[in-house]
Structures are given as structure tokens and as C-alpha cells.
Ligand binder design. Structure first.
Ligand SMILES: [Zn+2]
Length: 237
């Protein structure tokens, strides 16, 4: 391989590596992983939201149950009082019976409320359980996607490594200064940094080379590296 052919080979490998890096960054497996992770986050947010309403309902249930217990205690006390033989006046007995009847109504209403809250809790609990199951499934999808991405990345990485090896082998055959010039120019010109001189023109140039410039390059020995004054590309005579 001539030094100039080697320089073109370096450029070809650089182009391949650039394309591979682009592929690496835009792997469909990466997109799939991002989407899968977003679903996990969304489900976790829903679980949190429903857990807040669950806690709220649970506290209400507890509070009403506490009230039920207090009313039951008081009813027990009144029963003991009424049938314990210590009440002697009928008036007092009537007052106690009135309180008992009020408390029983209160108890009915409280027990009804406890049931209502429990009925509200039930679907929330089911929803949380379903979301938990979904979260586990989604987490396993994330794991799967992560594995797929790693595998796809490994394929691209291996291709990059091979291209870099071929580039190193080609670069050994290119003069050190030429390679340095190429590297500097390639940062801006990319895949068409080194071009051929064809006819009387730089093939990388959108414009015609001025005649004087074209004559200068044409006069160079074949295989000589010139620089196009128009576009800055390295032109191989
Ligand atoms: Zn040019």
C-alpha cells in the first residue's frame, strides 16, 4: 500500500468509526430501554399516589373504629349501671335508657361509616396490588432491554475495535507529519478530508480550482500531498 493509499485507508476507517459511534448512540435498543424505564417510573408514581389515598382512608377507618370502641365502652358502663341495682329513681333509669338508645343509633351510624370506608379501601388496595404486579413485570422488561442493549453495544464496540486496528495498521504506513495534518483537518472536514486531484480540480471542492492553483498541483509528482486553498482539503496529486 502506498503512503497515500494508506492515508485514504485511515480516512475510510475513521468514517466507519464515526458511523459506528452514531449507530452506538442511536441503537433502537437504547430507545427501548429508555421507554421501558419511563414506564417503571410512571407506575411507581401511580403506586405512590394511591398509597397516599390508601393511608388517608386507613386512618379514617382507624379513627371511626376508635369511636365505635368508645361508644361500646360507654354502652357497657350504662348497662352495668342500669342493671347493677344502683339506680333507684325511675327518672334516672329513663335518662340512662335514653342515652343508651342515642348511643345505639350513634353506634349504627359509626359502624356504617366504617363499612363505607372499608368499601372505599378495597378497590384502592386492589389497584395498588395490580400496580405492584405491573411494576415487577415492567422491571423485568427493563432488565431484558438492558441486556439487549449491552449485547447490541458489544457488537458495535467489536466493530469499532476492528476498525481501529485496521486504522492503526494503515497509519503506520503514513508519514507522521502527514498524519498530524490529516488529524487536524479531519476534525472539521470529516469523511472527505483527503481527496483526489482529478482533471484539474480538487474533488472535494464545490468550486473549480483557480487555474494557477490547478497548474501548481498538476505539476507536483503523483502521490504528493497538496492543500486546496479553496476548501482546505488535503489533495493527493
Ligand atoms: Zn478543494
Amino acid at each position: 500500500m502506498s503512503p497515500m493509499d494508506a492515508l485514504f485507508a485511515v480516512q475510510d476507517e475513521d468514517t466507519i468509526v464515526r458511523q459506528l459511534r452514531h449507530r452506538h448512540a442511536n441503537l433502537p435498543e437504547r430507545r427501548a430501554l429508555v421507554d421501558a424505564e419511563a414506564m417503571v417510573v410512571a407506575t411507581a408514581a401511580q403506586v405512590e399516589e394511591h398509597k397516599v389515598s390508601h393511608l388517608d382512608l386507613f386512618r379514617r377507618q382507624r379513627r371511626y373504629e376508635g369511636e365505635v370502641a368508645a361508644v361500646e365502652d360507654r354502652l357497657g358502663e350504662l348497662d352495668t349501671l342500669l342493671y347493677g341495682g344502683s339506680v333507684t329513681s325511675p327518672k334516672e333509669a329513663v335518662a340512662i335508657q335514653t342515652e343508651i338508645s342515642h348511643l345505639r343509633e350513634r353506634l349504627d351510624s359509626l359502624e356504617g361509616t366504617v363499612l363505607e370506608v372499608m368499601e372505599e379501601l378495597e378497590p384502592v388496595e386492589r389497584l395498588i396490588a395490580d400496580l405492584d404486579v405491573r411494576g415487577v413485570e415492567e422491571a423485568s422488561v427493563v432488565e431484558h432491554c438492558r441486556g439487549e442493549l449491552l449485547a447490541a453495544e458489544a457488537v458495535v464496540d467489536a466493530d469499532v475495535a476492528q476498525a481501529n486496528e485496521r486504522r492503526s495498521a494503515a497509519a503506520e504506513q503514513v508519514d507522521h507529519d502527514v498524519l498530524a495534518r490529516y488529524d487536524r483537518a479531519a476534525a472539521g472536514l470529516g469523511a472527505s478530508t483527503v481527496v483526489h486531484f482529478a482533471g484539474s480540480n480538487c474533488t472535494g471542492c464545490p468550486y473549480s480550482m483557480p487555474a494557477v492553483e490547478a497548474d501548481r498541483v498538476r505539476a507536483l509528482a503523483e502521490g504528493t500531498l497538496a492543500e486546496c486553498n479553496e476548501c482546505g482539503r488535503l489533495v493527493v496529486r
